[in-house]
Ligand binder design. Structure first.
Ligand code: FES
Length: 171
């Protein structure tokens, strides 16, 4: 995507801040299109919705779903909720950190997610992916995987990384 045109914050806000739309709906639409909510979108959003910048910023930071920086090429979302914990998701989290060299960032918030781009991979904690009977569960770039073992994780990650390389080569 050409960031100077299609995802320019002013353009994003102009396209998505339609009358009658809530701030949350607009933020979802912006993130769906751009992959994140650019910090520079806060000012035009506050103007478009007649809110203070602090109010807009507060909503973005309150909802862990919203990110303010582009995601890494491979995003791993590991379920850390109870059913998955009881089936070894914490050991899997440790394995994922050791294997990728990335860390699950600790926030005071119930959802921990890392946006530090320690490499090609981003590790994010999520709380229930609706696969409790098939735990531990995770998503890699939006694809659900169940009964994930460390070995299965390594294979899935290698596949996802290879897909990123293929995509980059095709560009
Ligand atoms: S608790 Fe992990 S999928 Fe529900």
């Amino acid at each position: 995507m050409d960031e100077t045109t299609a995802s320019a914050p002013d353009d994003l806000v102009r396209r998505h801040a339609q009358p009658g739309r809530t701030l949350l709906a607009i933020l979802h639409a912006i993130q769906d299109e751009a992959g994140f909510v650019p910090p520079a979108a806060v000012a035009p959003l506050s103007k478009a919705l007649n809110l203070s910048r602090a109010e807009v910023h507060g909503v973005i930071t309150y909802y862990h779903h919203f990110r303010t920086a582009p995601p890494a090429p491979v995003v791993v979302q590991l379920c850390r909720a109870e059913a998955c914990r009881s089936m070894g998701s914490e050991a899997l989290a440790q394995h994922a950190e050791a294997h990728t060299g990335c860390r699950f960032k600790q926030h005071g918030h119930a959802s921990e997610h890392v946006h530090d781009h320690a490499g090609e991979v981003e590790l994010e904690s999520v709380y229930c992916l609706g696969q409790c009977a098939l735990s531990p569960a995770m998503m890699i770039n939006g694809t659900l995987h169940a009964r994930v073992t460390p070995q299965k994780f390594d294979a899935l990650l290698a596949k996802a990384m290879a897909a990123v390389v293929r995509t980059e080569e095709a560009v």
